[in-house]
Design a protein around this ligand. Structure first.
Ligand SMILES: [Cu+2]
Length: 264
């Protein structure tokens, strides 16, 4: 049927659509994630992420406001590529110690591990989770803008909408910077062996799942067949958090230096 493609252009629209479908052209999907303060952390931040997935190529654009000004904000896809959707954005019930903030480790059981780091350049694996020198920085007005095209691991494109995006870093005491005064030290960073990082810098500010899709509206594999397949994702090897944590510690060191620099 492919030889009829040129002719098809002259056919009535409906016929052309049918022929186009018959060719099995790669399905490009576009969808949106509205990122809000689901944790009740009073971050005052919100973003819209627009994603276009073509095979395993992801074009992503995030625009946000209300972020800690002049400060870097780590952002990641969290969750699991497995199809049972057991991870999602945390709500305030994740605040186990009741201090009014869902911190990073309190959120992890609900939002899951880092799957992809939305860095501005270079590596996007979980290893770059806290590579804060490559994370977007809010401007002086707290606006954040991020655009990148990322080549995903084989098979990840179709499953990306099973995940959610988390953006980190908030200003709990409203002094327009990350500091130790409001929330103290990040126990998450400390657990990785890095001391002195403000918890403000690591707490989740926004989170969002897919809210609208132009095609394939349901998350892939919405009906679990129970065969446990992960379609090669696990084969990529680097997508477990255990491996990531060590590199996160390295990133956190950069984080501390960066913050020290920013504090001048
Ligand atoms: Cu994250």
């Amino acid at each position: 049927m492919r030889t009829f493609t040129k002719t098809a252009l002259a056919l009535p629209g409906a016929a052309f659509l049918i022929l186009a479908g018959a060719t099995g052209a790669s399905a490009e999907e576009s969808y949106t994630m509205e990122l809000t303060d689901t944790s009740g952390n009073d971050s005052g931040s919100s973003s819209t992420a627009q994603l276009t997935v073509d095979g395993d190529s992801l074009a992503i654009k995030i625009t946000g406001e209300g972020f800690t000004p002049n400060s870097p904000h780590a952002q990641h896809f969290h969750g699991s590529f497995s199809e049972d959707k057991k991870f999602t954005c945390p709500d305030s019930s994740a605040d186990k110690d009741g201090d009014g903030q869902v911190n990073t480790e309190e959120g992890l059981p609900m939002y899951g591990d880092v799957i992809l780091s939305l860095t501005t350049a270079g590596d996007t694996s979980p290893k770059s989770g806290l590579a804060i020198d490559r994370m977007p920085k809010a401007d002086a007005d707290g606006n954040l803008s991020y655009t990148r095209t990322i080549e995903l691991p084989a098979g990840a494109g179709a499953k990306l909408k099973n995940l959610h995006i988390v953006q980190h870093g908030l200003d709990a005491n409203g002094n327009d910077k990350y500091d130790l005064e409001a929330l103290g030290e990040s126990t998450f960073a400390k657990s990785l062996g890095v001391n002195g990082i403000p918890e403000e810098a690591t707490n989740p500010a926004t989170c969002g799942t897919v809210t609208g899709a132009s095609a394939g509206e349901m998350p892939s594999g919405g009906v679990d067949t129970g065969d446990g397949t992960t379609d090669g994702i696990e084969g990529a090897g680097t997508f477990g958090f255990a491996g990531a944590a060590f590199a996160v510690a390295g990133g956190a060191l950069l984080y501390r230096r960066r913050l020290a620099t920013d504090r001048g």
